[in-house]
Design a binder for this molecule. Structure first.
Ligand code: 6R9
Length: 650
């Protein structure tokens, strides 16, 4: 981004107030903002008291060694006890915690009492393998209940886990095992994906090869197919775990005891091991889940479609929801197996009331067409959430209309691996929402938009998103690299002491926040900073477009020129003249400065496993360069297809 302010081109007039009935029964009301405003630390103390503490804290926040925070200093708790045992002790042992839905259609339901026994057995099993508090355990697992059990078992014995996406290659697994110095790996024989069996064990084997700290590999049997076996190192989960006692006394750990490490890919350099600790993390994960999803534990059925290998799976499948005594669905497979209505079939089958998914999925459903969800009964839904990327206003409206039946509030939740929990989001019973805006920081959270020099931009302006006050679930550092932690997040606005999020944002006339994508992706066209998000949203607002990715490619005259990659909605053909029609459409919506120079129609876009568009790779194509590192792509063949379609040099 240049010294010029970030242009504010998109204007949105639509407003959606919470339904009166929803507002009247909401978990959190507008009072929460006032309470947090009056005394932020006291507000977080109140939220921390939603949990069970074995020993109370003596100081709420120690920020004397900033940017290294300590929350709830001196307090002790057991995270797994808070997510499981206390619900059983309160008489909810028979409540279903997890409805597991396998991709082939097999299913099983696990109550809190069963979960307590399973987690206890797994904790005893890890202890029998020599794992003690402080040891790291790597988890390379599909979306099955044992993954949740494994994470909770680690938390229970104070062994920080490091979950690695099951679809990551062996090299990625090895570098994460090495960086964390993991002692045990928990994996599975395989899983079901797109109607066939994905082999996981050979990848796990290749990944642990040469990993010096690794002693044992614990293997869950999911598919039952034949796998390579190293008798000295490998142990079957069903042999070791099932033989253990189902009694285990949880030990209370310090509020700042490490809970997990999760690696963020980043665009360049070696992945950063983001470190989260126990008390502050669980406080905010739990509170935000309660406030943003309005969970009523006795009646709601919740489904977060994220993979557990992503931070969303950590905070909004495992720790937040379970701490609030959720009944939730865990789904193993993909949205289009065996048919494109699988998600909606799941909603109908389990009467899901709270759904949390990503814009990438919503845009895919738009591409497939609204006739697919229309075949299912979605009347159980009462709230919809979005996370992962900016949601284009038209995708928001589509989600509201065709999934939410025009009645469900939508919560667009902005946060990061580093923030641990949701930071900016509407409150569903309070906020009058605007499609495409994450609206305001949650109670107890403070954020702002600033210029290059750190001055706050006025309403109507754009710039860098910063977090200007510490928050309970903030990262405590980068594993083994305190300097990189300071450099990456705290050096840009060191003078002001702001956390630099790396995202562009604007404040509208009412002061509401609109996230505009990563700062690195912002385009500079004839001296104007233009966000990719705004141009993409303008393209998606054309009735024929389902999804768009926009990049700035080098241009001799304008500095950069806008190149757009566009996916059409189901049934729409790439007819003659559509190219010009879309350019004119963007020009009309945002002004001629934002008009793409070049539009390419494609069938797919390069995305990470968590569904984020990798614009860096599209830029390589647009600038006619060799394509960079594609190892975190969900589907590596996508780039070949796109590159082969693009006429070289514009
Ligand atoms: C939770 C998660 C973080 C980055 C973040 C931003 C983007 C996430 C968003 C959003 C706009 C939202 N992002 N949620 N952008 N609106 N509601 O995604 O964590 O994988 O670490 O990614 O994702 O760019 O900085 P993570």
């Amino acid at each position: 981004m240049s010294n010029e302010a970030l242009s504010n081109l998109l204007h949105e007039e639509r407003r959606f107030a919470p339904p009166a009935e929803f507002a009247a029964a909401a978990n959190v009301t507008a009072e929460a903002y006032a309470a947090a405003e009056a005394d932020r630390l006291a507000f977080w103390e109140t939220q921390a008291r939603r949990l069970h503490w074995a020993e109370p804290w003596t100081e709420t926040l120690d920020w004397s060694d900033a940017p290294f925070a300590k929350w709830f200093v001196g307090g002790k708790l057991n995270v797994a006890y808070n997510c499981v045992d206390r619900h059983v002790e309160a008489g909810h042992g028979e409540q279903v915690a997890i409805h597991f839905e396998g991709e082939p259609g097999d299913s099983r339901s696990i109550t809190y009492a069963e979960l307590q026994r399973e987690v206890s057995k797994a904790a005893n099993a890890l202890t029998s393998l020599g794992v003690v508090a402080g040891d790291r355990v790597a988890i390379y697992m599909p979306m099955i209940p044992e993954t949740v059990v494994a994470m909770l078992a680690c938390a229970r014995i104070g062994a920080p886990h490091s979950v690695v996406f099951a679809a990551f290659a062996p090299d990625a697994l090895r570098s994460r095992i090495d960086d964390a110095g993991a002692k045990v790996l928990i994996t599975a024989d395989g899983y079901n994906r797109r109607g066939s069996v994905a082999n996981l064990k050979p990848n796990a084997d290749a990944g642990v090869e040469g990993a010096e700290t690794l002693e044992k590999v614990l293997v869950v049997r999911r598919t039952g197919h034949e796998v390579p076996w190293n008798a000295e190192r490998d142990v079957w989960w069903h042999e070791l775990v099932d033989a253990q006692s189902d009694q285990h006394t949880p030990e209370a750990f310090d509020a700042e005891h490490p809970l997990f490490i999760l690696y963020t890919s980043g665009t360049t350099g070696k992945p950063k091991g983001i470190l989260h600790t126990s008390g502050g993390y669980l406080t905010q994960a739990s509170y935000t889940h309660h406030a943003v999803f309005d969970l009523k534990p006795d009646t709601d059925v919740y489904w977060c479609t994220a993979d557990v290998g992503w931070v969303t799976g950590h905070s909004y499948i495992v720790y937040g929801p379970l701490s609030n005594r959720v009944t939730q669905v865990l789904y193993e497979g993909t949205p289009d197996t065996p048919h494109q209505g699988r998600f909606w079939e799941n909603v109908q089958k389990y009467k899901i009331s709270l759904l949390y998914t990503a814009p990438t999925a919503i845009r895919t459903f738009m591409k497939w067409g609204e006739s697919i969800p229309a075949k299912f009964d979605l009347s159980s839904l009462r709230l919809l959430g979005s996370v992962g990327e900016p949601i284009n206003p038209e995708a928001w409206i589509w989600y509201r209309e065709f999934i939410g039946g025009g009645r469900c509030p939508i919560v667009d939740t902005w946060w990061q691996t580093e923030t641990g929990s949701i930071m900016i989001s509407p409150l569903p019973g309070v906020t009058e929402t605007k499609p495409g805006s994450a609206m305001t920081p949650l109670p107890g959270i403070s954020a702002n938009v600033v210029e290059q020099d750190g001055t706050v931009v006025p309403n109507g302006g754009g710039g860098f998103l910063v977090l200007d006050k510490p928050w309970p679930s903030m990262l405590r550092g980068i594993w083994g690299d305190p300097q990189r932690y300071k450099d990456t997040y705290w050096s840009r606005f060191a003078e002001q002491g702001y956390y630099f999020a790396g995202d562009g944002a604007k404040k509208d006339e009412d002061g509401h926040l609109w996230l505009l994508g990563r700062v690195d992706d912002i385009m500079l066209v004839s001296g104007h900073n233009i966000s990719t998000t705004e141009v993409e949203s303008a393209l998606v607002s054309h009735p024929k477009v389902a999804e768009a990715a926009v990049v700035g490619a080098k241009d001799e005259i304008t500095g950069q020129r806008i190149v757009a990659f566009v996916i059409l909605r189901g049934g729409n053909a790439e007819d003659e003249g559509l190219d010009d029609e879309l350019k004119a459409h963007v020009s009309k919506a945002l002004g001629p400065i934002a008009k793409p120079k070049q539009i390419q129609f494609v069938a797919e876009l390069p995305k990470t496993r968590s569904g984020k568009i990798m614009r860096r790779l599209l830029k390589d194509v647009a600038e006619d360069r060799a394509i960079g590192d594609t190892t975190t792509l969900a589907d590596s063949t996508v780039m070949d297809l796109i590159a082969s379609k693009l006429p070289h040099a514009a």
